[in-house]
Write a protein that binds this ligand. Sequence first.
Ligand code: SF4
Ligand code: SF4
Length: 126
Amino acid sequence: MITPAQETSLPETTAPALAIQAGLLDSVETPPAPIPELRITCDDCAAACCKLEVVCLTETGVPRHFTTRDAWGAITMDRLDDGWCAALDRDTLLCRIYDRRPLLCREFEMGGPDCLAEREAAWHNS
Ligand code: SF4
Ligand code: SF4
């Protein structure tokens, strides 16, 4: 019989073994491997968020030829026929104006609700 005082004084790994010896346990089951966390990364995403409308709310130095004016007069990132932002490099799927990208692009949270929604929508449309 192992008293609680004895058990707490033993290293964690020896307590189950002693419990088996004392007939308190038949065996020690190996705990299942933890489920790996889903890791969201832009590396496995086809720039899904770069198909969203991006209004240029502040001056960040976006070259004018990548922008257009929407029906309400706001300056937005231009999107080409394939749906992606004009500033996206189609070969690398990287932003060509990363240091000058609009505020909305800077604040878009990777792994956030909008990111997850766009990734899922892109997956369904592929
Ligand atoms: S949708 Fe999310 S994962 Fe995909 S490129 Fe945008 S921020 Fe990165
Ligand atoms: S400016 Fe850059 S980050 Fe923003 S939508 Fe266009 S390509 Fe994507």
